[in-house]
Design a protein. Sequence first.
Length: 589
Amino acid sequence: MSEIIVGIDLGTTNSLIGAMEAGFPILLADAAGERLVPSVVHFPKSGVPVVGRAALRMRAVEPESTVYSVKRFMGRRIGEEADDVAYKLAGKPGEPVRISIREREFAPEEIAALILAALKAEAERVLEQPISRAVITVPAYFNDAQRNATKKAGELAGLTVERIVNEPTAAALAYGLDRLKDRSKIAVYDFGGGTFDISILELNQGVFQVLATNGNTRLGGDDIDAAIVAHLAELAGVEPGPRLREVAIAAKHALSFAAETRVELPFLEDGRSFSHTLTRVELETLARPIVERTRQHCLRAFADARLAASELDDVILVGGQTRMPLIREFVRAIFSREPNVSQNPDEAVALGATIQAGILSGAVQNVVLLDVTPLSLGIETFGGLMNVIIPRNSTIPTKRGELFTNAVSGQRSMLIRVLQGEREMAKDNWELGKYALEFEPAPKNQARVGVQFAIDANGILHVLARDTKTGAEHVLAMTSAVDVSDEAVEKMLEDSLEHAFEDMNDRVFTEASLKANELLPAVTLALAQVGSALPEADRDTITRCAADVQAALAAGGAPGLKKAVAALDAATQHLAAILVEQAMRGASK
Ligand code: ADP
Ligand code: MG
């Protein structure tokens, strides 16, 4: 029987697996008693790939055939992610990343699958039963393609992925579940090896809800390592290399507990050796600018959640790097409180994944997980405007729909462009997919097309378009080839603020020009039909107003056009009334 569902933290640097045992979430240890499995795969010249600690040791020896940080490439395309790794990437720009090892090519999810398979095998050994179901965590900023790649990795490893859970949400579960009062708000500050996430969650009578998430998938302990390596390389007068990196990481870890540590590099290339006492103060000087980069993300999360630090009940620390005293001090200052460190920071996510697995299998009750979507989703409408269907920071799962109509009489199809982003104009947002939906030709504004957006519990978007007349439905495939990295999300938010004024101007102008283009031919037609019923002065006013609208359209300014359209609208009130009157007389004849 395989009723057990395991919880897995598939980390950039380290991965862990856990299972519920006798009602408790337990992280499983390997034969050496280690729970953290380095997310590293080494491909030896012959024989099967090696995963974990043994592979990590090979990283310095055979860097070209040892894959680390593969999570960075999950669901990514060449060019989207810096390729500053020691192994080779293959593929043309814009194509999915492939990893090239010893004349073989792998998809990132195939490598991740090897890590998952190793975790699964370890769990099967410890639990003495076959495992086939799992909950896997991902950073809150993972997009569709990245979540799907994670799911695929699980399947390749022989696991049915029952749920993809955001890491900060999982961590909150691990930290808080039994301890929080009925209604509380917590911040999760997760500084791992490769990613930084800040989330603000609310726990309300057993329901977790993510109020806001923010972060950076290219910011982590790796950056601190690189700074130490550069510093030591300069002091020792050597080129940075894998050996120096190992020494730097060991020193960094030691300095979380000691004020100074000895760095030894015997047998340098030219027979010299190097030795240096690295102090915590020295390390903090190197690390401070990196840690400081998390500030803006925290502030933005506060703004999105509409909260002040003082309104939080707790701040929890997640990610191995938060063991660093400098980070604790930084968090203490930003959140004006002592951070909660009651869990091992590098184990909290896996514990939460395990609890979520327990919820799904029925072993844990009374908790439901809700997450939010980081950017608005919508479709393009008339005039190239973005029509938001699901606003950013909406709680997921969610389902929302809207009815759209044809702008032109006899139109046979409608192009549905699915967009993601915060800008007013469609062209400034990212296109996730598009589809030309055919429908029965109908007079203007008569066709009805329903578009439904659903984001499932895994954060994956499903779009459905329906011709409400015939009931014909079409599921839109999302190509999701857009770069939705943290920087991209951040840039989108910044741009939307920076361009808020112009964007609003563009929207007002577009809306006014749509109206003008409708009004002008109608006015010309009405003047020809019933104009003679108006005093000449009124006719002149209308002609002048129409010319003003033409001029404003050509000039391009939103306020001017809006004013001209309003003036034309006002001037034609009487004309419109005569038209209606005549039409009614005609109808009653
Ligand atoms: P990820 O979520 O990216 O897999 P982890 O949460 O396992 O990462 O954190 C890994 C990072 O934590 C690495 O950069 C590692 O060097 C760092 N780390 C682990 N232990 C310590 C420590 N004692 N002091 C400082 N940093 C640490
Ligand atoms: Mg992590």
